[in-house]
Design a protein around this ligand. Structure first.
Ligand code: FMN
Length: 1274
């Protein structure tokens, strides 16, 4: 054993273990005590280590970053506030670097502890032996984890054992063992991964140094009444009855469980002694961690926890300790106690409840600590005596700063001028040039300025030329200029001068302190509205903005003030410090801060526009709880989770979804319309405004606009809500067309204007005296059939007509009325109304020779689409909008994709002038509804990664995803294809997913009908290669040379969707007669499939408002064999395709048409019986001996809900299940083909997640919901 200083011991280990060493020298005249050891060691060895000795004030961060990829990097320094605070920012860049920061401390730990939360590991060594051991531990930990480790140690000189040099290397690179010398790793649920890693390395260190190396070491009884945690030099060389002393050697990560294990239930009092007299906030670091750990623990009685500050590093005598115990008994736990020789134990602090003497002090202390003499508070209260009250206002401060910056610019000019003076000595010349280079460097500019002054004072320049520079000498150092104010400024940004400061573009930093407690946020000054200064400043663009709370994250405050200082331009730091009165106890401030930050009332964030220039994400969200909430939200909204992973895209996505391009497009369109309006001077221009929910009124409006244009009238068509009442008052001729939606209500896109008209009428105003109007009202006289509801008929149009007149408008043509019930539908009324309009505009005599452009129908779109291609591929590339072109949205249906938008925020987004929030629904094609567990897992993942985190089982036995944004569409389809499923023809005017009875008991028959269903589906699938080309990137061979053909569908595809089902009696769960084609399985004597009775019907399709369509149930046509089935389905489809008006055919004619195409007659139908149509829930055993469980999935929605984590449950089942999943046509799920030995395992999972609960009412068990509900919007 030799007596060595801890610094030398640490320096030796650092030297031996690292690849590069960086040492910071203390301020002159002191020299680095680490460097002595480095020098000696390198002299003793051939080939010295790469060692960098940095002067005080050098940029340590960039040197470390520069060497971040060298292997192990060690940094050594003696604690100094200006040195360590400057490391906060670079440490975030070094998060994945094997780096050890050895910091020697000779009195107070406060400065070193500031770095504690910026690194994953923080160790403390009280003795020289600990310093040696922890230096080894830290080096290995940093290498193993590839992360920074902070090692703070006391500067002491003591006896210690050092490891041999040759052992160091082998220790650093030794294999990791989970059990070393009897140390067994703590269980994973007890300790986080980082702690386990620490534990492992500590155990290896113990066996190397042959004594215990522990995070916390305790001495004392097992049932103490008092537990004392000690961080710092305090040494307790005495015993005290009932008191347990715990020496803290690991500060981070310290698992709560590890702490509370040391506080047995006998404990009534916990003292936390820390050597942090200079700590700038009330609550000290270890105290917060331990209080947090105790709060998390579950116990009947919680001990009182006291924070004690160790004032100096001298010995703690027994008598001091007894006095401390006595004082602790007499005060409330929120009082900070003191121990140590000075300032004397009588300083066992104030007996009154503590308060923050000056609420600003904690932030101001930080500013002082970080910037030291560079700090300039431009509106400091100290200026009041000389400048009056005005001195505290931002305008005053801004004026001062402006003046100072101008003077500094003047100094730069003076220095440059002096440089040109020939009388200047070469030495001064060099100094002046150097200052110009370093003038913006916080530390070098001051030193360099002082050197110039010295030279000037020793006459190294002609006195006249030097005079100007001397006069401006105070501007040599680059200062950090701050304006400090309160949230009172946020009530009136303009009057408070804050606006001017933000808009000034000067390099000024503004600290705004907000003291409103979270719990009184709603009562604070209810008459006045506070403005969000942060948002306001961010809107200015080139302003740094941060929102911080010192009692929530100290290091984030440091980050923010340093970034603010660095930022070239205005910076605003909003600082939270909630207190009700000057006397508010600090505990309350802490509590209020936590509430506000966790609730998101005071989010912690930083917005640094300079990062954007470097291509980095300018916004960082720092509040953990909000971040977690956001993460959870994004996980739920899974399409966005992808965006979170790639942050830069998140920003652009959000910005572009704000629809800048949409706004631009609208602006252009408006300009164009205006130009057109100006050119059409002959006839009065006509504005057509419509209100339409379902599109009928819109179609009428657009056709009217076409016809009007053909008559030479300058015509504009728009929704009613696109115009304000003020703008309407400026129009001359307006034709309104509106339908009714709901009980007499206006359609969605007409409600705002309707409301404005209503309110104006209520105020008896007459704003529309220049307006000439006519209204065409569209409705359905039988929509609300009860006689007492008759007044709803065309109510919206009628109300509009009377209200416009009331507001002073001139009705130039009578109200037109359209009734869906009329012989020709709305056309009947329209034909009477339109001529009135032409007459009024004086164009009734105009003869139209050209054919009127036909409105574009789906058929046109299909034909022009080049076999369902359209411009989908181009639309997917267009990042300016979240939507596809309207015609493409008709085509994507054939690819299994529907475009939708969030209706709930439609109005809000319209007001904001941005496009609707578009997303897509994707439906899978999965004939017979059977999938493997692997496919299930893939679906689960697709919902998470691309959709809204849930998915649905549809009545057509397939999966449906919602909320997929455009950017994810292709990836989602590709993932579905990777699972050997596809989405082709899952929607659209083609044959849809073929469904079949799920019959789990009769596996053989199910297999046969399932194969048949698959065969029919494949037979009727569209042949276009567009799907593969667009979604799977399979390019067209030789460009357009190979043309698609659709032998079944042709270019027009079908007039409407087509549905096929296969039922196995006696269960009609597929609702066979609601399909266009049905196959009813007929079995032979052996129970094998003999063939099918074929049914044909109308698929229940009906067009709303079109009296000529009605739901048509299926009829049995006859019997066919299994082989004949697919061809029969095809022929029925062709007859329907070519005879859209099938109801006029009659069954016999229809059958004859089908048989004509088949070339043979169907056999007579065979007997069958259906006796049920719902699923049989619970377990059953099939004829192959396998077990099947039918579970009730309400409305087919696979999602996790409180207490019903069905999505998780099914994922867990899919992970172990060896059989299959069958989706039922009632939107439920059967877990099939479970071997007897696997039943208990599956049953256990079902029970754990309550999926085995089928005790609902019969009505509920047989309920089902529209699969789109509540998301349908198209
Ligand atoms: C949900 C709903 C509610 C309706 N309520 C009424 C009503 O109260 N009075 C009426 O005359 N017509 C009512 N109708 C009929 C529509 O106004 C009529 O079909 C109209 O032609 C639809 O036009 P649109 O597609 O432009 O919205 C209603 C239609 C729907 C879908």
């Amino acid at each position: 054993m030799t007596s060595t200083s801890s610094v030398a011991a640490v320096a030796r280990i650092a030297y031996l273990s690292s690849d590069v060493l960086v040492d910071s020298r203390p301020p002159l005249p002191t020299t680095s005590s680490f460097a002595d050891t480095f020098r000696t060691l390198s002299h003793e060895r051939a080939g010295s280590k790469a060692t960098y000795s940095l002067p005080f004030g050098a940029d340590v961060g960039s040197t470390l970053v520069q060497h971040s990829s060298v292997g192990l990097l060690s940094y050594t320094a003696t604690s100094h506030p200006q040195l360590l605070h400057r490391l906060v920012l670079p440490l975030s860049e070094l998060a994945s670097t094997p780096l050890v920061l050895h910091v020697a401390v000779n009195d107070d730990l406060s400065d070193a502890l500031v770095l504690r939360s910026t690194v994953p590991f923080c160790l403390y060594s009280r003795t020289a032996q600990q310093a040696h051991d922890n230096a080894l531990l830290a080096s290995r930990l940093a290498r193993v984890e590839g992360k920074p480790v902070l090692h703070i140690f006391a500067e002491v000189e003591e006896e210690l054992d050092e490891v041999k040099e040759e052992e160091v290397q082998s220790f650093l690179f030794a294999q990791q063992h989970s059990v070393v010398n009897g140390h067994v790793l703590p269980p994973a649920d007890y300790a986080p991964a980082l702690y386990r890693s620490y534990f492992d390395v500590a155990a290896s260190t113990s066996s190397l140094v042959h004594h215990s190396v522990q995070a916390l070491s305790q001495q004392g009884p097992t049932d103490p009444h008092t537990v004392v945690f000690s961080l710092g030099r305090a040494q307790f060389d005495f015993e005290e009855d009932g008191v347990n002393f715990v020496d803290v050697s690991l500060l981070h990560p310290l698992p709560a469980g590890r702490v509370t294990d040391l506080i047995p239930s006998s404990t009534v009092r916990v003292l936390i002694i820390e050597q942090v007299a200079r700590w700038s906030t009330k609550w000290t670091p270890l105290y917060l961690d331990i209080v947090g750990a105790i709060q998390q623990s579950k116990r009947d009685e919680y001990p009182a926890v006291y924070s004690v500050v160790l004032e100096n590093s001298g010995p703690v005598h027994h008598s001091d300790f007894l006095k401390l115990l006595e004082n602790a008994s007499g005060t409330s736990p929120s009082t900070r106690l003191h121990i140590g020789a000075a300032p004397s134990l009588s300083a066992v602090s104030e007996t009154v409840a503590p308060h923050i003497p000056k609420h600003e002090s904690s932030y101001l202390k930080i500013l002082h600590q970080v910037f030291g003499e560079r700090l300039e508070i431009s509106n400091s209260p100290e200026l009041v005596p000389s400048h009056g009250q005005l001195a505290t206002t931002p305008e005053f401060a801004l004026g001062r700063i402006r003046g100072q910056l101008e003077s500094r610019a003047e100094l730069v000019g003076a220095v440059q001028e002096l440089l040109r003076d020939l009388g200047v000595t070469p030495h001064l010349h060099a100094l002046l040039s150097k200052w110009l280079l370093v003038k913006d460097d916080p530390t070098k500019s001051r030193q360099s300025g002082e050197d110039i002054l010295k030279a000037l004072q020793s006459d190294e320049a002609p006195s006249t030329a030097a005079e100007r520079v001397l006069a401006l000498r105070e501007y040599f150092p680059a200062l950090s200029r701050w304006i400090v104010g309160s949230d009172a400024w946020s009530y009136d940004l303009g009057a408070s001068g804050l606006h001017h400061a933000i808009a000034s573009r000067l390099n000024v930093n503004i600290l705004v302190l907000d003291a409103t407690p979270y719990s009184s946020r709603n009562t604070a000054d209810p008459q006045r509205r506070k403005q969000d200064v942060g948002l306001y400043a961010m809107n200015h663009g080139d302003v740094y903005v941060a929102s911080v709370a010192v009692y929530s994250s100290y290091s984030q405050v440091l980050h923010a003030v340093m970034e603010a200082d660095k930022f070239e331009g205005p910076s605003v730091v909003l600082a939270y410090l909630p207190y009700k009165s000057e006397d508010s106890p600090a505990l309350e401030v802490l509590k209020e801060t936590k509430l506000a930050v966790d609730a998101g009332y005071w989010p912690l964030y930083r917005w640094d526009p300079s990062k954007e220039v470097q291509g980095k994400e300018p916004f960082s969200l720092d509040s953990d709880s909000v971040k977690n909430d956001l993460q959870q939200f994004l996980d739920r909204q899974n399409h966005l989770s992808q965006l979170v992973r790639s942050k830069p895209e998140l920003a652009t996505e959000l910005v572009s979804s704000l629809g800048e391009n949409v706004k631009e497009a609208r602006r252009k369109r408006a300009q164009q319309s205006y130009q057109e309006l100006l050119t059409a001077i002959d006839a009065p221009p006509l504005l057509i405004l419509y209100g339409s929910d379902g599109g009928k009124a819109e179609k009428v409006a657009r056709r009217l606009a076409n016809r009007s244009k053909m008559r030479g009238i300058s015509t504009t068509v728009a929704t009613m809500d696109s115009i304000s009442l003020e703008d309407l008052a400026k129009e001359e001729y307006v034709a309104f067309i509106t339908s009714v939606a709901g009980q007499g209500e206006f359609p969605q896109n007409a409600r705002t204007l309707a409301k404005a008209l209503h309110s104006a009428a209520g105020r008896s105003e007459k704003p529309l005296v220049n307006l000439k109007f006519t209204v065409f009202a569209m409705g359905d006289s039988h929509y609300w059939p009860r006689p007492e509801d008759a007044h709803y008929y065309n109510k919206a149009g009628k109300d509009l007509d009377s209200r416009l007149a009331l507001l002073g408008g001139e009705r130039v043509a009578d109200l037109g009325l359209a009734d869906d019930q009329d012989a020709d539908g709305p056309e009947t009324g329209y034909k009477l109304w339109e001529p009135l309009l032409w007459k009024l505009l004086g164009v009734d005599a105009v003869e139209i020779k050209e054919a009127e452009p036909e409105p574009i129908t789906n058929e046109h779109i299909k034909v022009a689409s080049q076999y369902l291609r359209g411009t989908i591929a181009e639309g997917l590339e267009d990042k300016s909008t979240g939507a596809l072109a309207p015609s493409d949205t008709q085509l994507t249906k054939f690819h299994g994709i529907y475009q939708q938008d969030d209706r709930d925020i439609r109005d809000e987004r319209q007001v904001q002038g941005v496009e609707p929030a578009y997303s897509f629904m994707i439906r899978v094609r999965m004939p017979g509804g059977v999938c493997s567990p692997e496919q299930w897992l893939m679906m689960d993942q697709i919902a998470d990664e691309h959709g809204n985190g849930t998915f649905k089982i549809t009545t057509r036995q397939t999966f449906q995803f919602h909320g997929v944004i455009k950017r994810h569409l292709k990836k989602a389809i590709q993932d579905i294809n990777r699972s050997l499923l596809d989405t082709l023809a899952a929607c659209g005017d083609v044959n849809r997913n073929v469904i079949t009875t799920s019959i789990p008991t009769l596996s053989k028959l199910h297999q046969q009908t399932y194969e048949f269903a698959k065969g029919v589906s494949e037979h009727l699938i569209p042949r276009t290669t567009a799907y593969h080309e667009i979604w799977l990137d399979k390019k067209l061979v030789a460009g357009d040379a190979i043309k698609d053909v659709e032998p079944l569908y042709g270019e027009f595809y079908l007039p409407r969707k087509f549905k096929v089902a296969v039922a196995v009696p006696p269960n009609n769960d597929v609702d066979i007669f609601a399909n266009d084609v049905g196959f009813i399985a007929i079995v032979d004597k052996n129970g094998d499939l003999a063939g099918f009775n074929v049914t044909a019907g109308g698929g229940m399709g009906v067009t709303h408002g079109n009296k000529k369509t009605y739901p048509r149930l299926g009829d049995v046509l006859g019997f066919c064999t299994v082989e004949q089935g697919p061809n029969i389905a095809e022929k029925i489809m062709l007859v329907q395709r070519d005879n859209g008006n099938r109801q006029e055919m009659g069954l016999d004619v229809f059958k004859a048409e089908v048989e004509k195409l088949l070339g043979y007659r169907l056999q007579p139908a065979r007997p069958f019986v259906f006796d049920r149509n719902i699923d049989d829930y619970g377990w059953i055993k099939g004829d192959n001996g396998k077990h099947h469980f039918s579970s009730f999935i309400e409305n087919g929605r696979v999602q996790d809900e409180p207490d019903r984590d069905f999505k998780t449950a099914l994922r867990e089942i899919a992970k172990i299940h060896k059989g299959a999943f069958r989706l039922t046509a009632n939107q439920h799920l059967i877990i099939t083909d479970v071997a007897s030995e696997d039943v208990p395992q599956i049953a256990k999972l079902l029970a754990t997640y309550k999926l085995d609960d089928v005790s609902q009412s019969g009505l509920r068990l047989s309920s089902s919901a529209c699969v789109s509900f509540p998301t349908c919007g198209t």
